[in-house]
Design a protein around this ligand. Structure first.
Ligand SMILES: Cc1cc2nc3c(=O)[nH]c(=O)nc-3n(C[C@H](O)[C@H](O)[C@H](O)COP(=O)(O)OP(=O)(O)OC[C@H]3O[C@@H](n4cnc5c(N)ncnc54)[C@H](O)[C@@H]3O)c2cc1C
Length: 313
């Protein structure tokens, strides 16, 4: 394990905010987990590039969106967490019904902006409580749409601070995944939408909002879908079938409302949350011979419980 970053090198001279020993539980949905050695909020893309070029190669870097699909482990993160935020939240209408949006923009605001321009195709984003950068990384999708359907191109900055422009093919999208290097940071996306009726667009977004309210614990400390749906199955049905709905370890619970969601009912540790999910995963493997794939990203050093061998769905 590396030493705390502050002890082994001086921090780069950046325009943005640098914080040592930054709490991550305050800025992620689950509200659990230990601190990061460093939290960096770049002022702009040049600042981000400068930071990446300056910090030693061996310091791990992790990009945080708004932490809606993330479980930070209790040990925290020995490295630098980068959060894009407001300076990267710009939106612009381009020619040809295209939108340029920053990697730090919220999905909901992007959907609203598209609606204001009378553009359809981004309504599904209104149901995903993340950022555009997170949506690119996770190929976020809901209600029949996903990022890969509307993406024209994305800009990514690599760990060495080099800028890449990727088209949709190069994003290598699959179900809730983009097969690009883990440490690339998406700073911008161009989306292709179509002209639509503002009223109709708003009504789709209203339907999405009420459907989510009914079916998901959106007001809880959660992390969205815990496991990806294995081919031919729904993760929640498998979890339900093994009697894990409502299962609790400490203050961590599998949601009664939607059993592919984990809940911190108040004061849970990341270990409890991971353990209750692993228990459901163990039972699904035992009874159905399917090893569920974690969709929630886990950050930090705590070793995960030993996994049994099996086919990874
Ligand atoms: C109540 C609830 C409902 C949800 N419903 C859905 C749904 O219907 N469909 C769906 O797809 N998801 C859903 N999610 C999950 C989550 O909202 C999405 O995965 C979202 O895209 C994550 O975005 P984020 O900004 O919060 O990313 P984070 O959770 O912060 O990070 C997730 C991953 O994205 C990476 N990442 C974040 N920003 C960047 C960036 N700029 N560049 C590179 N990598 C980056 C992180 O490193 C990490 O690997 C839901 C979550 C919640 C809490």
């Amino acid at each position: 394990m590396i030493q705390p970053v502050g002890d082994i090198f001086s921090l780069p001279e950046v325009k943005g905010q640098l914080q040592k020993g930054a709490a991550l539980d305050k800025i992620t949905w689950f509200k659990v987990g230990g601190p990061a050695d460093i939290l960096f909020k770049p002022a702009d893309e040049a600042d981000l590039i400068l930071f990446l070029k300056d910090i030693p190669e061996e310091i791990p870097v992790f990009t945080l969106g708004i932490g809606s699909n993330l479980l930070v482990r209790d040990s925290g993160f020995r490295g630098a967490v980068i959060r894009l935020g407001k300076p990267f939240a710009g939106m612009e209408l381009l020619d040809g019904d295209r939108l340029k949006v920053g990697g730090g923009a919220l999905d909901l605001y992007t959907a609203r902006f598209a609606a204001e321009q009378g553009l359809t195709g981004a309504e599904f984003l209104s149901g995903i409580p993340g950022s555009i950068g997170g949506a690119l990384r996770m190929n976020a999708g809901a209600y029949g749409g996903e990022m890969k359907d509307i993406l024209v191109s994305a800009v990514a900055i690599d760990r060495q601070g080099n800028r890449h422009e990727l088209d949709r093919e190069q994003m290598k999208f699959s179900y809730r995944h983009s097969d690009t290097p883990d440490d690339w940071i998406f700073t911008e996306a161009v989306l292709q939408l179509q002209p639509g009726e503002p009223e109709a667009i708003r009504s789709v977004m209203d339907d999405i909002a009420s459907s989510r309210e009914e079916s998901q614990p959106i007001r809880s400390r959660t992390g969205g879908s815990t496991f990806a749906n294995p081919p031919g199955h729904k993760a929640w049905e498998l979890i339900d079938a093994v009697g894990a709905r409502g299962l609790q370890i400490g203050a961590a619970q599998i949601s009664e409302k939607h059993c592919n969601f984990l809940i911190n009912t108040g004061g849970a540790t990341a270990e409890d949350i991971e353990a209750v999910a692993e228990e459901a995963r163990r039972r699904v493997f035992r009874d159905h011979d399917i090893l569920l794939r974690w969709e929630i990203v886990r950050l930090g050093d705590t070793p995960a419980p030993v996994q049994k061998e099996g086919k990874v769905a």
